[in-house]
Design a protein around this ligand. Structure first.
Ligand code: GDP
Length: 317
């Protein structure tokens, strides 16, 4: 079965790992958000792609949820001595990832090709596709003015209130042929439990992605990143509220209405099922909190299983 998963760096990445752990023959492609990408120390940093590389490659620092386990900070300290900004922590091994990616891009390779080569080198069998190879940056209009994504997320610790989201490059950026093919040829398309505004939103705003999803004959399922009214990590719940949505799984379901045929709610939110179904989607309540590998695999298995269950429309057969 071909599964194409749209993912950001934490929730979506954990679910990608769950699919990778399945015994069933699943051919997984992850379409990754690149709106978080930025330049640091003259290098191209792709935080969500790195989270996928490190998680699927077994390198991630599980406690922190980012970076490489056991990494050291010699280069970071030296760069700070040279006056470089220190608010975005880069471990020594992590720095090698940014150097390698930047080298490949400078030599004229696409981000798609650079990512594929690096994934292969790390022994990763899952296909990781940047949502676009073109320059594309998420920016946030906040009560402190317009901020680049990492300025908001890391330097300002997601404290400013977000009033609008802008995708710089959205006029010109296009999905790669590989992304369009992964969407068109999938048996199942999953929108991972990632932030709908700054992880999934940027993917859906790459011109042509949404239309490709709507045209795909695949079953389409979204998993809520909001559990019992709260984001498990990050600002998704506060963004829902500040951008005029209901800060709940139902608020997320409303954002995906018309795009998916099935919406996975956490079991804690089972009482919202009838309101989700009123949006024209089949609601499925199940445990969605992925603490360890077992939870990840179990959620992926349940999602595959749901595909064969009867549903409300052809968007999720
Ligand atoms: P980011 O790039 O690190 O912000 O990554 P994502 O957007 O993929 O992840 C952040 C979102 O994932 C937050 O809204 C979390 O609530 C959600 N999330 C993280 N872990 C889990 C989980 O185990 N289960 C569910 N349902 N959501 C999760």
């Amino acid at each position: 079965m071909r599964v194409t998963l749209l993912a950001g760096g934490t929730g979506g990445t954990k679910l990608a790992h769950g699919f990778a752990l399945l015994d069933a023959p699943v051919e997984l492609t992850v379409v990754a958000n690149v709106g978080d990408d930025f330049e640091l120390h003259g290098l191209h940093v792709s935080p969500d792609i790195d989270a996928l590389l490190y998680t699927l490659g077994g390198l991630i620092d599980v406690e922190r949820g980012w970076g490489i386990r056991g990494d050291t900070l010699s280069a970071h300290a030296m760069l700070e001595r040279y006056g470089e900004p220190g608010w975005f922590t880069v471990g020594d091994a992590d720095l090698a990832t940014h150097v390698e990616r930047s080298r490949r891009l400078r030599e004229g390779h696409t981000l798609t090709d650079a990512t594929a080569a690096m994934a292969t080198a790390l022994g990763i069998g899952v296909r990781i596709l940047p949502s676009t190879d073109d320059r594309y940056r998420t920016q946030l209009d906040t009560d402190e003015g317009r901020l680049e994504f990492q300025e908001y997320f890391v330097r300002r610790h997601q404290e400013p209130e977000v009033r609008a989201i802008v995708f710089e490059g959205a006029e010109t950026a296009r999905p790669s042929a590989a992304v369009l093919e992964a969407i068109a040829s999938a048996d199942l398309i999953v929108i991972g439990p990632s932030n709908p505004f700054v992880s999934i939103g940027p993917i859906l705003h790459v011109r042509g992605v949404r239309a490709a999803l709507e045209a795909s004959p695949a079953g389409r399922i979204a998993v809520s990143p909001i559990v019992a009214g709260r984001a498990l990590k990050g600002p998704a719940d506060r963004m829902l509220a500040s951008l005029g949505h209901e800060p709940s799984a139902l608020g997320v379901a409303r954002m995906y209405a018309g795009l998916v045929g099935r919406f996975v709610l956490d079991e804690a939110d089972a009482s919202l099922a009838s309101e989700v179904e009123a949006l024209g989607m089949t609601a499925s309540a199940m445990p969605t909190v992925m603490r360890g590998d077992g939870d990840r695999r179990a959620l992926a298995a349940r999602i595959v299983q749901e595909l064969s269950a009867p549903s409300r429309d052809r968007r999720d057969r």
